[in-house]
Design a protein around this ligand. Structure first.
Ligand code: GLY
Length: 392
């Protein structure tokens, strides 16, 4: 065999064994992210508030003090930076900002406790083994579990007695995002040796497979159930383009949620579901070559529609975990999305973008909220992905 042929074969073997995940960019990207979030931390310290996004006038917009589904992400980002840098500054910041909402562990009026407490106190416990953090997570899981209805087989996402949710005629709405609240339940079953949290999570995941997914493996956003008999009353969207469209972040939440459910159950049904969602996302024809999706896969004016970088960040973090479980190779998709996110197109220059890391995310177009802005959860999942990518 000629030298060139041997060399080529060697390169092919190496790329197959590395599953395409490159080694060179995460360190610099993490350093860049740390520099940027150091500025954001100064802003947050000055205001004594948790940063969420940029408002319509271009100013920093903070999380609501009484409850905000995004309040766990900034302290969560601080925990990831502590993990990477071992700088006590980030640990102190994470502790300070998560303490601001600790009392929300008692709230039983919303399903977002999993997001909130797993990203903040959950990362804190993972890194410090502080028993007080574990206790907070157990209380939050107990509050979350009050929303589980065994007849439906799901945790109720939203209450329907106030706000815009009260105007939709829903009784027991469950959104695909709710898959993200299960990680807290799985962890708390391990902490307490009580299977009830895990059992509820597994039931929720199975009901979601049954009712949220279409033939093409895309997911609807909202399934409304009859809480008396568990029947499906209807399928809708809240943040997507249409009831029968595929809201981009919803697909990402599903991918991430089923990957986690497989992590804790090792039940192949959940692995296969995650793989099917991954294929829907990765192979969607209208998604541009850089792998950053439009905010909804069926948005009516593609290619003149906003992208959603948050969906890409959540997706790539999930793919990095899924790639460890699956026989399939998601490496090329991971590399593509990671390289795009790290490029100047999506990563802000130091000191710009009101000190958030990533640009061009979408909160909710139907509600006219947070369109083409940075979002604290896009930054959180990107940092998580960078840490995972570096460990490869
Ligand atoms: N409910 C979480 C989201 O807007 O994606």
């Amino acid at each position: 065999m000629s030298f060139i042929k041997t060399l080529l074969l060697g390169v092919i073997v190496i790329s197959i064994s590395c599953k395409g995940v490159k080694e060179e960019n995460p360190k610099t990207a993490i350093q860049k992210a740390e520099n940027q979030l150091s500025f954001l931390l100064q802003d947050a310290e000055k205001a004594n508030l948790i940063p969420r996004t940029i408002d319509k006038t271009g100013n920093l917009h903070w999380t609501h003090l009484n409850f905000d589904w995004t309040e766990g992400f900034f302290p969560g980002s601080c925990w990831y930076l502590f993990e990477e840098t071992k700088d006590e500054k980030w640990k102190k910041a994470a502790e300070k900002f998560q303490d601001m909402f600790q009392e929300h562990k008692y709230k039983t009026t919303n399903h977002d406790l999993g997001f909130i407490f797993n990203c903040s106190f959950g990362n804190g416990f993972r890194l410090t083994k502080n028993k007080a953090f574990k206790e907070v997570m157990i209380t939050a899981a107990d509050s979350l579990l009050t929303r589980f209805n065994p007849v439906v087989g799901c945790i109720k996402s939203w209450d329907t007695d106030k706000g815009w949710q009260s105007q939709r005629g829903w009784k027991f709405p469950v959104i695909i995002d709710n898959m993200m609240n299960l990680e807290l339940l799985f962890k708390v079953s391990e902490f307490t040796n009580d299977p009830k949290y895990k059992e509820a999570a597994v039931t929720h995941a199975n009901t979601t497979i049954k009712n949220h997914f279409r033939e093409d493996n895309s997911s609807v956003h909202v399934v409304d159930y009859d809480s008396e008999n568990g029947a499906v009353r209807g399928k809708y969207t809240a943040q997507g383009a249409a009831d029968d469209s595929s809201w981009a972040r919803g697909q990402a939440w599903g991918l991430y949620g089923f990957t986690i459910t497989y992590r804790y159950t090792r039940d192949k049904v959940f692995l296969e579901q995650a793989e099917k969602i991954a294929h829907y996302i990765i192979n969607f024809k209208e998604t541009p070559k850089d792998g950053i999706p439009y905010w909804d896969y069926q948005a009516s004016k593609i290619p003149n529609e906003p992208r959603d970088v948050s969906a890409a960040a959540i997706t790539v973090s999930a793919l990095l975990e899924l790639n460890n479980f699956s026989d399939q190779d998601f490496g090329p998709a991971i590399d593509k999305i990671m390289n795009s996110l790290a490029s100047d197109q999506y990563t802000a220059q130091l000191g710009e973008n009101k000190h958030f890391i990533l640009k061009h995310s979408v909160g909710s177009i139907p509600h006219g909220n947070e369109i083409d802005v940075p979002l604290n959860y896009a930054d959180y999942y990107y940092l998580e992905a960078l840490v995972r990518y570096k460990k490869k």
